[in-house]
Design a protein around this ligand. Structure first.
Ligand code: BTN
Length: 240
């Protein structure tokens, strides 16, 4: 495991994707990103004070790709575990990739794959306080607790938690991980809007199921949705 530290870079995910000869758990950490990326082509506001980092997980050919599709959920539980060690706030996990506190986003996860490597990118709002246009939907550990935290210590704690969670996952502990997700399920009983290609469906969020999909009740009927096919918005906002 190598550690690459940057005062500024385009994106820690992009950096690792450009590197050759990656080793398991190689870690890139940046103070600022000029082109921080989120899911679905969104950008991620990347100002100093946030934990901005990515690490490598090398693909094990014996593990099925459908198992790897649960990686954002395993990572989410690792981030929750680390956050709780630093400050025990009322964190919620928003299927499939986000952590919320008091209905505001505090962390996002972006899992990408290049060749035989998964790049797990994580942004956590730690000591940053300014979110501009996003101030009604984003928060940080500092805003929620009034305290400042050691960012690098938090990053290494997340990586250690991930190693533990992924080890648990590999040794048959998926149900335990799933329980933790469902205990903090942000979408449970909330109105969700699902966009499938050009069709919009409204329903009520349910549990995250054993295969990692989300159960949603639509017109009284329980259906399950995969992140690959849906865009979830909630609080009854129309899907973009
Ligand atoms: C999302 O909420 O859509 C995911 C956000 C992921 C942001 C992190 S910050 C570190 C890493 N580098 C990136 O460009 N993105 C991830």
């Amino acid at each position: 495991m190598r550690v690459f530290r940057f005062d500024e870079i385009d994106s820690t995910n992009s950096f690792l994707k450009r590197e050759s000869n990656l080793e398991n758990y190689d870690l890139a950490i940046a103070k600022n990103q000029t082109d921080g990326r989120g899911r679905r082509g969104n950008s991620w506001v990347s100002k100093e004070g946030a934990a901005l980092f990515s690490f490598v997980l090398k693909e094990d050919a014996e593990l099925l790709m459908e198992e790897y599709r649960k990686l954002p959920l395993v990572t989410g539980v690792a981030v929750l575990g680390a956050l709780k060690k630093f400050k025990n706030l009322n964190y919620k996990f928003k299927w499939t990739n986000d952590i919320y506190v008091n209905d505001k986003k505090i962390s996002g996860i972006l899992v990408e794959k290049i060749n035989e490597n998964f790049i797990i990118g994580i942004g956590i709002n730690v000591n940053n306080k300014e979110f501009g246009d996003l101030s009604s939907s984003a928060t940080s550990m500092r805003i929620e607790s009034g305290k400042e935290f050691n960012i690098e210590e938090l990053i290494f704690t997340v990586v250690e938690e991930f190693k533990n969670c992924f080890g648990k996952f590999l040794s048959g502990g998926w149900k335990l991980i799933l329980n933790e997700i469902n205990e903090r399920n942000h979408l449970l009983d909330k109105p969700v809007t699902i966009k499938i290609i050009d069709k919009v469906v409204r329903g009520i969020g349910g549990r995250v199921l054993e295969d990692g999909t989300l159960e949603v009740t639509v017109d009284g009927i329980k259906k399950s949705f995969d992140i690959g096919e849906v865009h979830i918005s909630f609080k009854d906002k129309p899907a973009k």
